[in-house]
Design a protein around this ligand. Structure first.
Ligand code: UGA
Length: 470
């Protein structure tokens, strides 16, 4: 049996909440700390503020026994053997990560350290942050023997965060003392030993008893860099395939075939080669900028990342032009929109390419009817409903009498629409798909004018110029 460890998790955002639920799930006692009292009340009374598979189940399973919520960081620190910092590291005006929350939390933790603790960076932070935390804690009068700072970056994706946590590709632990790394190894032992997967109600996923996730131990600095470099590399892969998509479009080839051919090379791999409207979310845009900034501070020119960002911005613009090319003008056009979140499977709209495209369409005078299975409420806070912007509850309502349907993220249900019904519902059977969810030939056969990314656009000539007659 693995040891039960007392853990404090500071921050109840995506990373903090998922870590809280998953640490409890693997047998530890977790106190989750946040200073947002309203959010704490929601969490205590069984609410879950984010859309994430398995998270409500796990929190229900452990709330009250292994999971507690509090705003008292001092008390949580005193009870914990390890304190995970999972607060936000937003982008500052210069592009660097704003570490003021990390700084404030580190000082407060320091004031409550009375016996040995490991302070763990879980938030994405620039290399050297561990040294800053160490200095802040020491400055608050805590002796070096009473604490260590470790880095344990998170590689979870929104929407599949719980499975990514419990069935990780790898667990990275950056620690510079044996004492810290031993505690971190004990925390993850239920996963690395395979013990967790024997439990009958374990969350299912790719890992199992004989196929447990490896734990990679590194220096604290290397762990910090692994996180930034991994996100920057994935973003680079996406921008790369998006440029290849543009080449395919110009040359009359299909980027899906090209990506398949590239991905079959095990050195390249098939993942993150999906062309589309560009990446968004709370991580890639911020982390690419922050990593570029770190490089600059260290005297290293990482111009490649500037190019990655430029391509990503350009991809949204290109897509918008594609919608324009299908509609000619936007003013007064009724556009159905599928997808508002930055990707499918989440309600997160931060840095969403979809919202950007919607805003531009509204700016040019279109009337938008939008549907997203989870993100509409959040989108309404940024783009309030009104005569020009309507939110509806299913895909066909978004398509109803629209001059065109625009697909902006990749929820599974958007890829499984009844095409006959869709054709009948739209005013003009025009679909502009920013996520390549359909086969162009199939769409043509169903009578659609179908434009996607990096594939030849197919125009069903008669219907493209004549509105459907019921
Ligand atoms: C990303 C990383 O994948 C996680 O490993 C990391 O832990 C997380 O950031 C983080 O740092 O917290 P996430 O932002 O949830 O996770 O979303 P992804 O699934 O990586 O997608 C990011 C963006 O890239 C989305 O807009 C998505 O639509 C886009 N994307 C992804 C593509 O355009 N093409 C692809 O092939 C893959």
């Amino acid at each position: 049996m693995s040891e039960r460890i007392s853990i404090a998790v500071v921050g109840s955002g995506y990373v903090g909440l998922v870590a809280t639920a998953c640490f409890a799930e693997i047998g530890h006692r977790v106190i989750c700390v946040d200073n947002d009292e309203a959010k704490l009340r929601t969490l205590e009374s069984g609410g879950v503020p984010i859309h994430e598979d398995y998270l409500p189940e796990l929190l229900n399973r452990h709330r009250g026994h292994s999971v507690e919520f509090t705003s008292d960081l001092g008390a949580a620190t005193r009870e914990a053997q390890a304190v995970f910092i999972a607060v936000g590291t937003p982008q500052s005006r210069t592009g660097s990560a704003d570490l003021s929350y990390v700084d404030a939390v580190a000082s407060e933790i320091a004031r409550s350290i009375d016996e040995y603790k490991v302070i763990v960076e879980k938030s994405t932070v620039p290399v050297y942050t561990n040294e800053w935390i160490r200095r802040v804690v020491e400055r608050n009068g805590v002796s070096r023997e009473l604490f260590d700072v470790a880095s344990n970056p998170e590689f979870l994706r929104e929407g599949t965060a719980v499975v990514d946590f419990l069935h990780a590709d790898r667990i990275v632990v950056g620690a510079d003392t044996d004492r810290a790394s031993d505690l971190m190894k004990s925390i993850y032992a239920p996963l690395t030993s395979g013990e967790y997967y024997r439990s009958s109600n374990a969350v299912p996923g790719p890992r199992g008893e004989g196929n447990a996730p490896p734990l990679l131990q590194t220096s604290t600095k290397a762990a910090e860099i692994i996180k930034h470099a991994s996100n920057a590399f994935l973003a680079t892969k996406i921008s790369f395939i998006n440029v290849v998509a543009n080449i395919c479009e110009a040359a009359g080839a299909d980027v899906e075939e090209v990506a398949r051919g590239m991905g079959m090379d095990s050195r390249i791999g098939p993942k993150f080669l999906k062309a589309g409207v560009g990446y968004g979310g709370s991580c890639f845009p911020k982390d690419v900028a922050a990593f570029r900034h770190v490089a600059e501070q260290l005297g290293v020119d990482f111009g490649l990342l500037k190019e990655v960002e430029k391509i990503n911005d350009e991809q949204r613009r290109r897509f918008f032009q594609k919608v324009r090319s299908a509609l000619w003008t936007f003013r007064g056009k009724r556009i159905g929109v599928l997808g508002l979140a930055f990707k499918g499977g989440t309600d997160d709209i931060r840095e969403s390419p979809a919202l950007d495209v919607v805003r531009q369409m509204l700016h040019e005078g279109s009337i938008v009817t939008a549907y997203d299975p989870a993100a509409s409420d959040r989108a309404k806070e940024l783009i309030p409903p009104g005569p020009q912007m309507r939110y509806v509850n299913d895909a066909y309502a978004a398509a109803q009498d629209a001059d065109a349907l625009v697909i902006l993220n990749e929820w599974q249900e958007f890829a499984e629409l009844d095409l006959k019904r869709l054709h009948y519902t739209l005013r003009y059977p025009i679909i502009i798909d920013g996520r390549n969810l359909y086969e162009p030939m199939k769409m043509l056969e169903h009578g659609f004018t179908y434009l996607s990314v990096g594939r030849p656009g197919l125009t069903h000539t008669r219907d493209a110029v004549t509105p459907r007659v019921r």
